[in-house]
Design a protein around this ligand. Structure first.
Ligand code: ZN
Length: 292
């Protein structure tokens, strides 16, 4: 999420858990086990009932984030297992620390190797990150003037590596006015309604993958994407054009299709229509390097 301070990025991140399906007993046991290993279970709480939300500070060490130590202990990415890991002010994190996220984001587990043995911890979390649009934070904000120059903005954005951005499915802009708009609007969609829509989309995916080894659109392999995400002529053309114009990587290309499939599922649509595909392409915002 890219937006100025006060636009509601943290609030949005904190609420993601409220629209995700309720923890299954299996997920609850997995997550509880991690907290148990760390001695972090609250008194009188035998099982975790809610999806975890972890929000480590940007000064966190590599070991703190992914796990480590001479006797390896799980880090924040494992404490966020089956929940949300929120990294606020992403460019402020140590770049090396962020780089170590790449492997667990792909594998959904983290392996800590030591001379004698290696330990693997679960790390299947949703990574949510927030950043300001420039060093001062107010670029594009009608309420405040921004005097950051293009090289400063470029240096700031360059602190996040391309390969990490490439592994993030959805890039969105959260403009300054948005929060006030949302707060004043009378009838929005409640978290409970959204959770029901998410549940309905998950049902469709369970049926889709009843004979496959995956559960969700997000886990589809390239081969499965070709099988389950066919596009019509116009869609194929649109995607080809976007790949060329935005310089999308092969990974980003696949992500667009997985996200488009999910948007279509949320809309209850059997096929991926142009509007679903365009929306998914719009979420590759940062691939376009809008800041330059
Ligand atoms: Zn600025």
């Amino acid at each position: 999420m890219l937006g100025p301070p006060g636009s509601g990025k943290t609030m949005l991140a904190k609420r993601i858990g409220t629209i995700l399906p309720t923890l299954t007993p299996g997920e609850s046991i997995e997550t509880t086990r991690i907290y148990s290993v760390l001695g972090r279970l609250e008194a009188g709480q035998p099982l975790m009932a809610r999806r975890p939300f972890r929000s480590p500070h940007h000064t966190i060490s590599e070991a703190g984030l992914v796990g480590g130590g001479s006797t390896p202990v799980p880090g924040e990415i494992s404490m966020a297992h089956n929940g949300v890991l929120f990294l606020d002010e992403l460019p402020e994190f140590n770049r090396r620390t962020l780089e170590v996220l790449r492997q667990p984001l792909e594998d959904r587990v983290v392996t800590i190797s030591r001379a004698m043995a290696s330990t693997t911890f679960p790390a299947d979390m949703m990574l949510v990150a927030a950043l300001n649009p420039c060093p001062c934070g107010y670029r594009g904000d009608p309420r405040r003037d921004c005097h950051c120059n293009p090289p400063q903005i470029e240096r700031y954005m360059a602190k996040i590596s391309g390969p990490l951005l490439d592994r993030i499915d959805i890039h969105i802009e959260v403009p300054a006015a948005r929060y006030a708009d949302l707060a004043s609007r009378q009838a929005g969609t409640s978290s409970e309604q959204m959770r029901q829509e998410v549940d309905a989309a998950r049902q469709i995916q369970r049926r889709r993958f009843s004979r496959a080894r995956v559960n969700y659109n997000g886990q589809m392999s390239s081969r499965q994407i070709r099988q389950f995400c066919p596009l019509d002529g116009a869609g194929t053309e649109l995607l080809k054009m976007s790949v060329n114009e935005m310089g999308l990587s092969a990974r980003a290309h696949d992500k667009v299709l997985r996200v488009a499939r999910t948007i279509a599922d949320l809309a209850g649509s059997e096929s991926i229509a142009s509007e679903h595909l365009s929306e998914a392409i719009n979420y590759r915002h940062l691939d376009r390097q809008m800041w330059t």
